[in-house]
Design a protein around this ligand. Structure first.
Ligand code: MN
Ligand code: MN
Length: 319
């Protein structure tokens, strides 16, 4: 496809935002990722949640709130739908009552997107969904990661030895050789922890953990320059857990932690991912049952648009 034939969103100046089918960014819904540069995809699954479930409802509400996004980024003037062919490929077929089958289905669905040559930009779902996504995206190699979260998600097991929860995906990803800890940075970590040594394992692997308190002593630009340097030139995954944002601005999530980023800081952070070779990205842990007036889904949809802009810029630069 050429730029003139890329999928385009429904124009809100012609059809009002509240009308028509609900898709990510009001883009066409397509049945598979063939011909796409970037595939927007929902993963409505929260089988890894240890506390308040509900992120299974995330994709539908983020689709709804994404109807508020327009065509052009107001700061960078990026026009993602002119730079890349993008569509909504629907939701991964999930199994809400079988964890291992759920993980398998997510990996299979994401592998179809990756095999079609598209970069997956997904909306979860809880953070365990990132593990099977990485199994597809990093197949045959490993990826670095720029990770925005209140939590490190590198715990070992829960509830008597269970290895698969939304508190453990990145330990599993490192163990499986999918994630290169030396090219991984976690930003915004905060909140009480289970034990004094909770983050020792992550640091010992080589992960750079930037706590919220360190972020507050530095600028967005300074932190992101370090993050880009850690990711380097290699394939990199970007994972955005909505609970990195303060619960006063994003209450609709399963594991809220006060003292978080403002939505404005979150936008500024994501905006500085330019130049990173992003091979996949996600927005996870939007849990609409705990949301207020759709504000968390709107934050998620807006971060999704920010990610879409930087990924589309990268696609165009490498074309
Ligand atoms: Mn997380
Ligand atoms: Mn979190």
């Amino acid at each position: 496809m050429t730029a003139g034939t890329f999928h385009q969103p429904v124009d809100a100046a012609e059809v009002p935002r509240f009308a028509g089918h609900s898709t990510f960014m009001r883009l066409p819904a397509v049945s598979d990722a063939t011909g796409l540069d970037i595939a927007l995809v929902g993963i409505p699954w929260d089988g890894g949640t240890t506390n308040r479930a509900g992120a299974r409802h995330g994709p539908r509400e983020v689709r709804n709130q994404s109807s508020l996004m327009r065509r052009v980024h107001h700061v960078t003037l990026t026009e993602p739908f002119s730079l890349a062919n993008i569509a909504d490929v629907g939701d991964i077929s999930v199994n809400p009552i079988d964890l291992l089958d759920g993980l398998k289905r997510i990996e299979t669905g994401m592998r179809a997107i990756v095999d079609a040559g598209a970069i997956p930009l997904s909306v979860g779902g809880d953070h365990l969904t990132t593990l099977p996504v990485m199994r597809a995206v990093a197949a045959g190699g490993s990826v670095g990661m720029i990770h925005f979260d209140a939590h490190s998600d590198t715990n070992d097991t829960y509830f008597g030895g269970n290895p698969y929860t939304h508190g453990t995906p990145f330990r599993r990803a490192i163990e499986e050789g999918l994630l290169d800890p030396n090219r991984t940075v976690q930003i915004g970590i905060r909140g009480s922890i289970y034990a004094t040594d909770e983050h020792d394992w992550a640091r010992a692997q080589g992960i750079r953990v930037i706590y919220m308190e360190e972020f507050l002593q530095r600028s967005v630009g300074d932190v992101m320059a370090e993050a880009r340097a850690i990711a380097g030139d290699g394939p990199t995954y970007v994972s955005f857990d909505i609970d990195c944002i303060d619960p006063s601005m994003a209450p609709g999530t399963g594991t809220p932690e006060i003292g978080g980023f403002s939505t404005r800081e979150a936008q500024a952070l994501v905006r500085q991912l330019g130049g990173v070779r992003i091979v996949g990205a996600d927005v996870v842990e939007v849990a609409p049952p705990f949301d207020v007036a759709g504000m968390t889904a709107l934050a998620g949809a807006t971060i999704l648009f920010e990610l879409l802009c930087v990924i589309a810029e990268g696609v165009a630069a490498r074309r």
